[in-house]
Design a protein around this ligand. Structure first.
Ligand SMILES: [Zn+2]
Ligand SMILES: [Zn+2]
Length: 153
């Protein structure tokens, strides 16, 4: 489950577009297929060019914040809060990107694991969480916020 920092993710080859999550990757796309764990190519999604650019920019920013945390320098504490606080700018913009996807797509924003505990309610709106139907191993989701919480392993 936990991705190594340098791990590359193969592209999604599913024939039918399964639900996906927006998360940090080291690929061009921040979209990860819940069926195969591959990256969903942005040019395969029917979204506007602007939307595509926003996803690319978000992925780059998230990777930069993540690098600050990993480097454990003077910005590490700031970066850690930024990554683990669901209301932080980087998390809120990722969530907005997931919830703004066309209705044809089931998109979630992948919440980063903070203290290792799986919440039973959404940390943002306090709704009860349930796994995406058919993709129970993917985690627990808040359908209102479009947030996917990882399961502890
Ligand atoms: Zn796939
Ligand atoms: Zn919620």
């Amino acid at each position: 489950m936990a991705q190594q920092f340098t791990q590359r993710i193969p592209p999604c080859r599913c024939e039918v577009r399964a639900p996906f999550k927006i998360a940090m990757t080291h690929e061009d796309s921040p979209c990860i297929c819940l069926a195969c764990d591959g990256t969903v190519a942005l040019n395969e999604l029917e979204i506007s060019e602007d939307y595509r650019r926003e996803l690319v920019a978000w992925r780059r920013e998230y990777e930069a914040v993540h690098a600050l945390w990993r480097e454990a320098g003077v910005y590490a504490a700031w970066a850690r809060t930024e990554l683990h606080d669901l209301k932080s700018p980087i998390n809120e913009s990722g969530r907005i990107l997931a919830s703004g996807m066309p209705p044809a797509y089931m998109a979630y924003y992948a919440a980063a694991r903070g203290d290792g505990a799986s919440p039973s309610r959404c940390e943002r709106c306090n709704s009860r969480l349930s796994p995406p139907s058919g993709y129970e191993a993917a985690g627990l989701a808040c359908d209102a916020c479009r947030i996917l919480y990882p399961l502890t392993d």
